[in-house]
Design a protein around this ligand. Structure first.
Ligand SMILES: Cc1ncc(COP(=O)(O)O)c(C=O)c1O
Length: 395
């Protein structure tokens, strides 16, 4: 049968990362493709203890429907943490979402009409870009530099495109860039957006994973006298992605609209997972957990960078992250398509993600690729990087 799909599906391709996941399911693959925490950080014993306690204690409360905006104790405990970080203001509400992905999606859905403009870093997070594409937004990518997007280009893009309603920014340990937007640039981005009535979606799933350098205030916390920023966070990278717990903080009017959308989307986020997350945050040491994860990622990131420094050819440059999970590499040679490099490496059992998947215009080839360092053992990091270096040297 000839299926007559909606127009919005015509430009949508499945995430290449998900495609690569099919390859990396093979046991002998060295994968730098994912974007997940090290499985060694999952607090399995603690979650087992809490699960038993919840189910024996008052199972009906957690197996029943819950309220759309989230499990109230979880909202309270997260709000407390984010208030200390300056993210939550008096006029704000918080809603629990099914991962940060849903927060981004519902924020976009509540604001974007077909043909509205959205400006973002280029490259950017594919899950968000695909969400914006489903709302048939016009996407404008701004060059990503080592200290965040190019502010002059950002300003010019906004000046020339009056349809822009949203700026989607990942200022801390960007995906795929691994870079962090400087304080100066954060202030400028906020100022430009305020002056032009543009809402910022600040996506910050990696912010708690700093293993080097100084914290930079979130854009949300800099917005002391306005409601310009919708802040999206997640427990995926600091607890478990499979539990699907994210959260959004924004002006109560925005959260009110998003709540209506969530009702028709999934009613509420998994009640049992929310209760698990709450009990874990309340009864276990989140700081200690984060500190362990940070130390692990610092070690893995440094090992990967050291091996790259020793083996990569000079025409390949890369970012040096101070946190998060990714290093972005650029092949500085004419006519190189990083997708071809990925293919050649997959044949040698090493996987990572080609740059085109992160670009606003996915039809062009890219000379970039993203490496993740959080999940492989030290031995596999060294072995995989050496294999990749060997392929790069043949270019
Ligand atoms: C920048 C960014 N935002 C949001 C997400 C969504 O994560 P989740 O839906 O698991 O919270 C991811 C996941 O990779 C991400 O990299």
């Amino acid at each position: 049968m000839e299926f007559n799909f909606a127009d919005r599906m015509s430009d949508l391709k499945g995430s290449a990362i998900r495609e690569i996941f099919k390859v990396i399911a093979q046991p002998d693959i060295i994968s730098f493709a994912g974007g997940v925490p090290s499985p060694d950080t999952y607090p399995v014993d603690a979650l087992n203890e809490i699960s038993q306690r919840l189910l024996v204690g008052n199972a009906a409360a957690y197996l029943n429907y819950g309220v759309t905006n989230g499990y109230p104790p979880l909202i309270e405990i997260l709000k407390e943490r984010l208030t200390k970080q300056g993210v939550v203001k008096d006029s704000d509400e918080m809603m629990i979402t099914t991962g940060g992905q849903q927060g981004i999606d519902l924020a976009a859905k509540s604001i974007l009409n077909k043909g509205d403009g959205l400006v973002c870093e280029n490259p950017s997070f594919i899950g968000a870009l695909n969400s914006f594409r489903t709302y048939e937004a016009e996407l404008f990518g701004v060059t990503l530099q080592n200290d965040g997007l190019d502010v002059d280009e950002f300003k010019k893009t906004i000046k020339e495109n009056k349809n822009i309603k949203i700026a989607y920014i990942i200022p801390t340990f960007q995906n795929p860039g691994g870079v962090t937007t400087s304080l100066e640039k954060r202030k400028k981005i906020l100022e430009i957006c305020k002056a032009n009535g543009i809402i910022i979606i600040e996506d910050n799933p990696y912010g708690e994973l700093r293993f080097k350098g100084e914290d930079v205030p979130t854009i949300k916390s800099l917005d002391t006298d306005g409601d310009t920023v919708i802040y999206v966070g997640s427990l995926s990278k600091v607890l478990s992605p499979g539990m699907r717990i994210g959260f959004v903080v924004a002006n109560s009017k925005i959260i009110g609209k998003m709540e209506i959308l969530k009702q028709v989307n999934d009613v509420h986020t998994n009640q049992f997972a929310q209760a698990l997350a709450y009990e874990w945050l309340k009864n276990y040491d989140f700081e200690e957990h984060l500190e362990k994860a940070r130390l692990l990622y610092k070690h893995k990131c440094e090992l990967m960078l050291k091996t790259m420094d020793e083996t990569f050819p000079e025409f390949v440059t890369y970012t040096r992250p101070e946190g998060g999970l990714f290093i972005l590499c650029t092949i500085n040679k004419e006519g190189i398509d990083s997708a071809e490099v990925v293919k050649a490496c997959i044949d040698k059992k090493v996987a990572f993600v080609p740059g085109f998947t992160f670009m606003v215009d996915m039809t062009k080839t890219s000379n970039m690729f993203r490496l993740n360092y959080s999940t492989m053992s030290d031995e596999k990091i060294v072995e995989g990087i050496k294999i990749l270096a060997g392929v790069l040297k043949t270019l």
